[in-house]
Design a protein around this ligand. Structure first.
Ligand code: AMP
Ligand code: MG
Length: 411
């Protein structure tokens, strides 16, 4: 049986970054840039005032109380018509272009409007005005042609303002992976139904779709498929139109576990079946070619916690890689056990747990009571998984263990 690490590297070897597409800015959020973004303008596009006040020549301000002739008024939308000469000022609003000749702005609060020889004038109650005071030079923030975003970084909501300023309404990003989700099992009914005798609710489809979306993929719910070969063939063939097909159930050793056989009949080549892992041992992984592209197929365990752990360890990294992100492997964090824990198991185990930051700033973690791979209750109380190596062993309070966060938006 494969180790977790070997299974991860086999899978990632088959995953290739998706091709780049153009998306509107709104739809590109969360996707990874496939191009450098350069500004087509200087920012600001012209030297501008940062306050409401008077544009002046700083050399005129040798003493406080100087009176200057006001030659015009410019607001944020009009352009100054007159060049400033010594002894003159232009009334200017925040964001308005600086008139030629001016090299500083005095805030309106430091001025008094006066009349001199019947002309509009202003008294400036300030001295020692520095060149450039309350102004922003053309191109001070960004120069035309300058790269403001480099390729291979995700587009965040907080980047949208700058992208709009540099004129980008469409961006070249790696295409969001399309992930088909197919639940298999004669016993499954939709979550909105009351299960009859021998039936259980299909919780995996909705759970996997939610996980796919948090990882940046597009989830396509392919519904529930019965445990018969003809239905499975049809549903799988449809699912193979997507970049990744996630099946759940039907991959263990039971008589109705038809998934591996059916996949292989359809030309999906098995890369491995079963991983030394608890929960998640029955995991099946294979690949095939459809429409000239590689499709990645996961047969996830039917038991919900097994499905979820396999998603975190094996599927999330694939979604990241297809999306063009460069953090494909889940990275563990070290934490101190808060209480003694006795671990028994023949396989490496990911155990639902609750972690928090202790008073000394270090992370402390407690293993939750958990009844195994069908027990989703423990997962809902958990915020991480503790990794325990195989074998029977007491992990004393205070010992250091590795944890995998479950609810960090960007691992
Ligand atoms: P299987 O691998 O198909 O034998 O399924 C293993 C266990 O997981 C069985 O108890 C199933 O009833 C359960 N199971 C399978 N599929 C789902 C699903 N979509 N949602 C919840 N439980 C499931
Ligand atoms: Mg089944």
């Amino acid at each position: 049986m494969l180790s977790i690490h070997d299974a991860q590297s086999h899978i990632l070897q088959h995953a290739r970054r998706n091709p780049a597409v153009y998306l509107s800015l709104r739809h590109a959020i969360g996707q990874v840039l496939a191009e450098d973004i350069a500004s087509d303008i200087d920012s600001p596009p012209y030297a501008k005032s940062l306050v409401d006040g008077y544009a002046i020549i700083s050399a005129d301000m040798r003493r406080s109380g100087v009176v200057l002739d006001v030659i015009e008024q410019v607001t944020a939308v009009n352009v100054p018509k007159h060049e400033l000469c010594s002894g003159q000022a232009t009334c200017i609003m925040t964001g308005a272009p600086m008139p030629a000749g001016a090299d500083a702005v005095v805030m309106v609060e430091q001025t008094v409007q006066v009349q001199r020889h019947g002309r509009a004038s202003v008294r400036i109650d300030a001295c020692d005005v520095e060149v450039g005071q309350h102004t922003l030079a053309q191109g001070a923030a960004i120069q035309r042609g300058e790269v403001v975003f480099h390729r291979d970084r995700p587009v965040r909501a907080i980047d949208v303002g700058l992208l709009s300023e540099v004129g980008r309404t469409r961006l070249r990003v790696y295409r969001r992976p399309r992930i088909a989700i197919l639940a298999t099992g004669d016993e499954l009914v939709p979550p909105g139904w009351i299960p009859g005798p021998g039936q259980i609710r299909n919780s995996n489809s909705a759970m996997l779709a939610a996980m796919v979306r948090t990882a940046g993929g597009q989830a396509i719910d392919s519904g529930i498929c019965r445990d018969d070969t003809a239905s499975l063939r049809q549903a799988i063939e449809r699912g193979l139109q997507c970049d990744v097909l996630l099946l759940s159930g039907g991959v263990s050793a039971g008589v109705m576990d038809l998934v591996p056989r059916t996949l292989q009949d359809l030309g999906v080549e098995q890369v491995f079946h079963k991983v030394r892992l608890r929960p998640g041992k029955p995991l099946w992984f294979g690949t095939c070619n459809r429409a000239g592209c590689t499709r990645l197929v996961f047969g996830l365990p039917g038991n919900p916690v097994g499905s979820l752990v396999c998603f975190e360890l094996f599927v999330r990294p694939v979604i990241y890689k297809l999306s063009g992100r460069n953090t494909p492997a889940p990275h563990p964090t070290q934490a101190r056990l808060e209480r003694d824990y006795i671990q028994r198991g023949d396989r490496p185990t990911y155990h639902p747990a609750l972690a928090r930051r202790g008073e000394d700033g270090q992370i402390v973690v407690t293993a939750l009571a958990w009844k195994g791979s069908a027990d989703q209750r423990a997962i809902s109380m958990a915020n991480c998984l503790i990794f325990f190596p195989p074998g029977a062993q007491l992990f004393a309070a205070g010992s250091v263990v590795e944890i995998l966060w479950l609810d960090r938006p960007d691992r």
